[in-house]
Design a binder for this molecule. Structure first.
Ligand code: CAA
Length: 367
């Protein structure tokens, strides 16, 4: 079903969405109708009730058609619905998760700040208790879905003296007073997915907006990213597959020196490496999803999947563009879009360097 939707409705407009930097509201609405905005949310809360493996398969299909649409879906599923499923109270789920899973509202995840990207614990946004409420001030950066989001999962310092143990997660209604959005970021790739800064100015929330426990926010963020990284691995896989399939088709059509370029060993070896590495990335991603489905810890496996899939996407997209030659460098063909779209997968939800930190921490024992 997802493959059919992606090929009929998403792929045909992907290049135009990218060219025009246009957020695909109509596709997001359709994904809501098709149950793609809350894939793992149980049916009692209006989700599709499917498992993480199904989520990976769907993410690969959507992202192969349009990487921007893929990340819009991924943020709503992995970074917003997922922590609400895990940490929200029954009342919070009813109020916030149900409309998100139906695709009637859109979510965003607000961890990064101008000076807290990789060093996520260095939060400067503050939430100060005032009676039964919290008053929030600060700035969040590069927030995917930020310009359109109705709901935000926000991380803020409630006790700066405690470091990462002083961070608390909040559920934010993005339309309330004291929350404002900066202009959308002008980006290299995934240009139909919009991000922006979010500003908090004396934004007041009641204590029933705390997600999980006060002081538990860093753990909420890390556990959420363990799942989010599976989604980005699947997005990278989709981009890699799209670049590879386009290069394969082109190289069996284009002729040089009296034969198809795919019949030259230099090109055929590139294709062989692409096919092998894409399969390896897919297997790592499915392994992480399978562990999550069984309720096992998958921090290392998610980081490995995200690291390998994103680096594969970049390598495949680079070589695919090379196979297209001059045609790869112009916007008439999709190779340059895949090349630009691939880059972000090595940066967001933890850079490749951070994935190596996470993997190393789980294999090298601490002194
Ligand atoms: N699950 C649960 N708890 C975890 C955890 C995990 N995966 N990882 C760490 N923790 C806990 C630790 O057990 C530790 O607990 P204690 O309170 O008992 O000490 C605590 O968190 C601190 O752990 P570390 O000492 O390892 O923390 P650190 O400050 O060294 O940072 C890091 C670790 C892995 C580098 C982390 O900062 C990180 O992941 N950074 C990258 C941030 C990131 O990925 N940002 C992405 C933004 S969202 C985004 O990109 C969305 C988008 O646009 C699409």
């Amino acid at each position: 079903m997802v493959r059919e939707f992606a090929s009929r409705e998403v792929k045909p407009i992907a290049a135009a969405l990218d060219r025009d930097h246009r957020f695909p509201s109509e596709l997001v609405a359709r994904m809501g109708e098709l149950g793609l905005m809350g894939i793992e949310v149980p049916p009692e809360l209006d989700g599709s009730g499917l498992d993480p493996v199904a989520y990976v398969l769907a993410m690969e299909e959507i992202s192969a058609a349009c990487a921007s649409t893929g990340v819009i879906m991924s943020v709503n599923n992995s970074l917003v619905c997922d922590p609400l499923m895990k940490f929200a109270t029954a009342a919070q789920k009813e109020r916030w998760l149900r409309p998100l899973a139906r695709g009637e509202r859109l979510g965003c995840f607000q961890l990064s700040e101008p000076n807290a990207g990789s060093d996520a614990a260095a939060q400067k946004t503050k939430a100060v208790r005032d009676g039964g409420d919290f008053v929030i001030n600060g700035v969040k950066n590069w927030i995917t879905n930020g310009p359109q989001a109705d709901v935000g999962i926000l991380f803020a310092m409630t006790a700066p003296e405690l470091g990462h143990r002083g961070i608390t997660a909040f559920i934010i209604d993005m339309h309330e007073e004291g929350v404002s959005r900066g202009p959308k970021d002008d980006k290299l790739g995934i240009r139909a997915s919009h991000s922006c800064q979010i500003f908090y100015t004396d934004h007041r929330v009641a204590a029933d907006r705390v997600l999980g426990k006060v002081g538990d926010g860093f753990r909420v963020a890390m556990a959420t990213l363990d799942c989010g990284r599976i989604g980005i691995a699947a997005q990278a896989l989709g981009i890699a597959r799209a670049a590879y399939e386009a290069a394969l088709e082109y190289s069996t059509d284009r002729q040089t020196f009296g034969k198809r370029i795919a019949d030259h060993q230099a090109i055929s070896f590139m294709l062989a490496d692409m096919a092998t590495e894409i399969d390896a990335a897919r297997l790592l991603t499915l392994r992480a999803a399978g562990l999550k489905a069984r309720g096992a810890r998958h921090t290392k496996e998610s980081a490995m999947a995200k690291l390998f899939a994103s680096e594969t996407a970049n390598k495949v997209a680079k070589n695919a563009l090379q196979i297209f030659g001059g045609n790869g460098y112009v916007t008439e063909y999709p190779a340059e879009r895949h090349f630009r779209d691939a880059k972000i997968t090595e940066i967001y939800e933890g850079t490749s360097e951070i994935q190596r930190v996470v993997i190393a921490a789980s294999i090298v024992s601490r002194k």
